[in-house]
Design a protein around this ligand. Sequence first.
Ligand code: PLP
Length: 390
Amino acid sequence: MDVDALRALTPGCAHRTHLNNAGAGLLSQPTLDVMLGHLRREAEIGGYEAADAARDDIAAVSVAVAELVGGAADEVALFDNATRAWNAAFYSLPLGPGDRILTGRAEYGSNVLAYLQVAKRTGAEVVVVPNDESGQLDTAALAELVDERTRLIGVSHVPTSGGLVNPAAEIGRIAREAGVLFLLDATQSVGQFPVDVEEIGCDMLSATGRKFLRGPRGTGFLWVRSTALERLDPYVAEIRAATWDGGRGFTWADGARRFETWENSYVNILGLGAAVRQALDLSLDAIAERTLALGAQLRERLDALPGVATHDLGRDRCAIVTAKVDGVPTEDVVAALARAGVNATATVPEDTQFDTEVRGVHPLVRLSPHYYNTEAELDRAVEVIAGLRR
Ligand SMILES: *Cc1c(COP(=O)(O)O)cnc(C)c1O
């Protein structure tokens, strides 16, 4: 990987030490050019006309996304964020009293809120699978909890609040054996390392464009295995998702398109496509090799500082690094980093309550390098944090 060349194609690298790729990765110049070009064309010839002119490029976006996760293009639906993509799958699942949703301690806050709302509405129950001693989802406990009442296993692959990588493929094996639908929230994993729906064995996968994929904000996608379609009742019927037969009936659109809605930002969709194509061209293996190594190196160096400890759980850890500095409030750590031009964030205790409840460590400072970051940038972040304890 030619890091210097990749940095030269990333305008943000000139201005900041960007260690907030779990928040939003930096757009590359080619992605920016595709988006600005389409925006200009919309202004010059009209929005519908510009979309017509870009029809092949727009169709290629779902093809690229399918290639990225290992599915087929007609199994992909595009959304304006990962939450809506995830909602389209979850709220389409028929549930009744006594049905069970199994999830993990690392589940994303919005997903948990949706579980709680639907549980209240339908009488379904939400069961939280414990962690094993390493802090990842306990797959033995999951296997025991799966029974004839279980309708869904919903798990976050990588949480927003730490470096944990949940054992998705083991969870997939358990789901398949039981014939239970498995919805994987892959928002933090897609674009960071290879994520393959066949290897994992999930039925539905949601992700965002803006994080490790380096796409624009306001993009997301859902992949739905074609065999899972008949088990879902799409929660919104509108003119893209369905065709009105003129009387009192309608038919759903083919494939995963039945989860989409008519209006879209094609500027953003084309930007997402450019970012996905860029990741595929670099290869997810090469991206993972460098990104995960930078994460491991940062974690090791922070742990070596007196009074600093990292708090990432699990057997496999990714490039999201979370840490606490003794005697320094996390918001002050983030502010000190910002003053030094280092972009970082803090975890939000309220958004991660199953985890907050057992560990009580949040808020933590969260640093998330990507392949375009350099060792020198890690030095800078580590120096700032070391300085806080001097
Ligand atoms: C960021 C995030 C989401 C939500 O993604 P949006 O694109 O903001 O909707 C969902 N799940 C996880 C684990 C996340 O980190």
